[in-house]
Design a protein around this ligand. Structure first.
Ligand code: ADP
Ligand code: MG
Length: 293
C-alpha cells in the first residue's frame, strides 16, 4: 500500500506539475472555498525593472550608494534583490558581498546590512521608521511602481522605483477558480498603489485586495477568511508568506522562484510556477474525492 501511494503521488506530480505532500491534501483541496494570493512573485512575475534610481541628501554619491545597495542585496533572495544587483552592474559598479559584515531580513519591510562600518537599510516605507528616518520624501506617484528607500545614519540617502508585471496565467487562474465557485483575494506586503495596479492589470477580478501587510497580518487575514468563508487556500513565494501558508487549510508555494521556507511550510509546491495548475488540481481533487467516497 505504501508503494502504491508513492506511485500515485509520483503520477500526480507528472500529471499536474504539483508536488503534493501528504495524503490529506487532496481531500482538503476538494473543499476549498476561497484562495488568498500573495502578489509579488506569485500573481506577478517578480522580475522587476528599475525605472529610476536617485541619491538623496548628497552625503553618499551614486557609485557608493549602488555599491552598498548591490552588495547588501546580494545577500537577499527577495525577487527585488537580483534586479538591484543587475542594475548596479549595468552602471559598472562592482559589488563586494564579503564587505557586508552584518545582514538582517525584515520580512515585508526590507533588509539591513553593515558595510564598510556603516549600517544601511533598504526597503519600503516601513523600513524608514526602523532606520529612525523621519523624512519620507514625496515621490511623484506613477501608479504602477513600487518605491524603495535607502537609509543610513537616520538619514535618507537614496530612492528608487521598480515595476513588475502580472504572470500571463494569473487572470485565467482566478477566473477558473471563480467558475469553480471559489473567491480570490490578494494579500501583499507591497504598497496600496502597487496592489491596485496589479488588480487593475488583472481586470479587477479579485474579490478583495489587502496591502501593506506584515507576515503576521497575512496570518490574521487567512484566519478571518477561514472563519468567514470556510476552507482557505493560500499561495505565496516569500519567507513573509510562510506563516500564512502554514495557517491555511492548503498552503501552496512557488517551486521555481520561491523561498526555501515557503516550500517547506506549504502542502503543495507548484513545480512550474504556473498558478493555472491550482484550479486544475482542485477539479481533479473534487473528482478523486467523489470516486473514493
Ligand atoms: P509581497 O507580499 O507582495 O510578496 P513582500 O512582502 O515580499 O511583498 O515585500 C514587501 C515590500 O517590502 C516590497 O514591496 C519591498 O518594498 C520591500 N522589500 C522586501 N524585501 C526587500 C529587499 N530585499 N530589498 C528591498 N525592498 C524589499
Ligand atoms: Mg511574494
Amino acid at each position: 500500500a505504501h508503494n502504491l501511494k508513492h506511485m500515485f503521488q509520483l503520477a500526480l506530480v507528472l500529471l499536474t506539475g504539483l508536488l503534493i505532500k501528504g495524503g490529506d491534501v487532496l481531500e482538503s483541496l476538494a473543499k476549498i472555498k476561497i484562495a488568498a494570493f500573495d502578489k509579488t512573485g506569485t500573481i506577478t512575475r517578480g522580475e522587476f525593472c528599475v525605472e529610476e534610481f536617485q541619491t538623496v541628501g548628497g552625503r553618499v554619491p551614486m557609485q557608493q550608494l549602488l555599491y552598498w545597495v548591490s552588495s547588501i542585496e546580494s545577500r537577499s533572495s527577495h525577487p527585488m534583490a537580483s534586479v538591484l544587483v543587475d542594475y548596479a552592474q549595468s552602471k559598472s559598479v562592482e559589488l563586494k558581498s564579503d564587505n557586508v559584515t552584518e545582514f538582517q531580513i525584515y520580512p515585508g519591510e526590507g533588509i539591513y546590512g553593515e558595510i564598510d562600518g556603516e549600517g544601511v537599510y533598504i526597503g519600503n516605507k516601513r523600513i524608514l521608521s526602523r532606520a529612525s528616518c523621519e523624512t519620507v520624501p514625496d515621490m511623484k506617484d506613477t501608479k504602477r511602481v513600487t518605491i524603495g528607500y535607502v537609509a543610513c545614519k537616520e538619514e535618507l540617502i537614496g530612492v528608487f522605483t521598480v515595476s513588475d508585471s502580472c504572470r500571463t496565467g494569473s487572470a485565467e487562474a482566478i477566473k477558473e477558480l471563480r467558475s469553480l465557485g471559489i473567491k480570490s483575494v490578494m494579500l501583499t506586503g507591497d504598497s496600496a498603489v502597487a496592489a491596485a495596479y496589479a488588480q487593475n492589470q488583472l481586470g479587477n477580478i479579485l474579490d478583495e485586495v489587502h496591502s501593506e501587510l506584515l507576515p503576521e497580518d497575512k496570518v490574521r487575514i487567512v484566519d478571518e477568511l477561514k472563519a468567514k468563508y470556510g476552507p482557505t487556500l493560500m499561495i505565496g513565494d516569500g519567507m513573509n508568506d510562510a506563516p500564512a501558508l502554514a495557517k491555511a487549510d492548503v498552503g501552496v508555494s512557488m517551486g521555481v522562484s520561491g523561498s526555501a521556507v515557503a516550500m517547506e511550510t506549504s502542502h503543495i509546491t507548484l513545480m512550474s510556477n504556473d498558478i493555472r495548475r491550482i484550479p486544475k488540481a482542485i477539479q481533479l481533487a473534487r473528482r478523486t474525492h467523489r470516486t473514493i467516497i
